[in-house]
Design a protein around this ligand. Structure first.
Ligand SMILES: CC(C)(COP(=O)(O)OP(=O)(O)OC[C@H]1O[C@@H](n2cnc3c(N)ncnc32)[C@H](O)[C@@H]1OP(=O)(O)O)[C@@H](O)C(=O)NCCC(=O)NCCS
Length: 149
């Protein structure tokens, strides 16, 4: 059975390593902000085994009255479970969780080959290209998750 739930920062490290950072030291799988108060990690479980993860990092600002802004990062589904809509469902679960109290803005650096996945999930493309060292070309994408406020 497939289930989704919030998980701890430590739980996402191995899956990031396998899916996003294979062959690199495990230390690179700890992202800045992982342990921040506003950061939430979510996992997809198949029969209680973690097969996918995503992280939403809340950026606090006291300067402007704006919708809460989250950075989506570390979205990873184990290769043998990709293309089965699990990424889509995990992302939706995370979006619903962070927008429980009202509308939110979400942005991410999308690897070029993941751009279509994000587009299909309602993310819009910002044309700016960002080349992240050792990982490659990314595009900034964003989504406004509208809720009754
Ligand atoms: C991108 C990723 C999270 C999508 O999760 P998923 O469960 O495989 O995706 P879903 O089944 O929900 O959606 C399928 C759609 O995603 C895209 N997609 C999924 N895997 C893909 C891959 N390996 N390469 C390119 N596009 C892919 C396609 O657009 C696909 O649509 P299609 O089936 O009509 O071709 C997953 O493939 C993954 O972990 N990839 C490696 C890590 C990664 O790139 N993460 C994103 C970092 S920005």
């Amino acid at each position: 059975m497939l289930t989704f739930k919030q998980i701890k920062a430590d739980d996402v490290i191995n899956i990031r390593h396998t899916v996003l950072k294979e062959g690199q030291p495990i230390e690179v799988c700890h992202f800045e902000g992982d342990l921040d108060e506003g950061t939430k990690h979510f996992g997809a479980f198949l029969n209680n085994e973690l097969i996918g993860a995503v992280t939403m990092m809340f950026k606090k600002t006291n300067n402007y009255k704006v919708y809460p802004v989250y950075r989506l990062t570390g979205l990873s589904i184990l290769p043998e479970h990709q293309h089965k809509n699990i990424g889509k469902r995990l992302l939706h679960f995370a979006e619903e969780n962070i927008s429980r109290k009202g509308s939110v803005m979400i942005w991410c650096f999308a690897r070029d080959y993941a751009v279509n996945f994000y587009k299909k999930n309602g993310y819009r493309l910002n044309v700016q290209q960002v080349v992240i060292p050792y990982i490659g070309s990314h595009r900034i994408m964003f989504k406004f998750v509208a809720k009754e406020d």
